[in-house]
Design a binder for this molecule. Structure first.
Ligand code: BTN
Length: 254
């Protein structure tokens, strides 16, 4: 059977041995007119970017680092929903490898309570119209403990560490891009509701007691729901419902 089942996503791949960040290269290619579905893949990144100004550790040869250029017809304020589309596809793909992948709000994917993958979405838009969206995904496929820097060993994992199976990158990428395109098409046809429902079913955050850190505040409470835009709704100890658009969540043990 053919590896890749998509119409657009990953039909054109820009493959590089080493780049600073696939997101930055994809952004430049998109500015120069690259089309919907083109993907940048790198063997390693020397300046891999995570959310909130962090780095994404990207050693060569083991893992998958890519950025997809998407040109959906969406108002810019809905672009963040694409991160949840990607998170759903990513968690489902990891589950194909017999793991219990779960999504930790907003878009980290965890195995056995440790982070295995992250998503960084970047947007170029006018007030009325999206020019393009870059969805950058890093997945620890074959890293072993010694490949992680000391400070990540307790909190990071790989699909290999969690499943005991070495994971062929091309197969994983093809499976993921297939699911991403399916979920993207469904999202564009049916809207955010089915994505949100699936996200909730795959979430490990909802129902948990959490500590949320945003740029402005720290908040403690029960993660109750995500709202139609993907914001986390936290019921605080005082009983009020707070809406968190961006931040880090620590899941507290009861
Ligand atoms: C996060 O969880 O903080 C997001 C991590 C996103 C990492 C990927 S790796 C491919 C793409 N290029 C980057 O520089 N970042 C994303």
């Amino acid at each position: 059977a053919p590896l890749l089942t998509t119409h657009d996503l990953g039909r054109t791949v820009h493959h590089h041995d080493s780049v600073g960040s696939t997101n930055e290269l994809a952004f430049r290619l998109a500015q120069d007119g690259a089309e919907h579905g083109e993907v940048v893949v790198a063997e390693q990144q020397t300046a891999g970017k995570g959310r909130r100004g962090r780095a994404w550790v990207s050693p060569p040869g083991l893992n998958l680092y890519f950025s997809a250029i998407l040109r959906p017809e969406l108002p810019p304020q809905r672009a963040p929903e694409l991160t949840l589309v990607a998170a759903v596809a990513l968690a489902e793909t990891l589950r194909e490898w017999k793991t219990e992948a779960a999504i930790k709000w907003p878009n980290d994917v965890h195995l056995d309570g440790r982070k295995v993958a992250g998503i960084l979405t970047e947007l170029s838009a006018e007030p009325e119209r999206v020019h393009f969206v870059i969805v950058g995904i890093g997945i620890n496929l074959n890293s072993r403990a010694e490949h992680f820097p000391e400070e990540l060993r307790e909190t990071a994992t790989s699909l290999f560490l969690a499943s005991g199976q070495r994971v062929p990158r091309a197969r994983f990428a093809a499976a993921l891009w297939g699911r991403m395109e399916e979920w993207l098409d469904r999202y564009l046809d049916e809207g955010f509701d089915p994505v949100r429902a699936r996200w909730k079913a795959l979430s490990s955050t909802l129902g948990q007691d959490v500590l949320v850190r945003t740029d402005r505040q720290e908040l403690r409470g029960r993660a109750e729901d995500i709202d139609p835009s993907g914001a986390l709704l936290v019921r605080t100890e005082g009983g009020s419902l707070e809406r968190v658009l961006a931040g880090d969540v620590e899941q507290l043990r009861p």
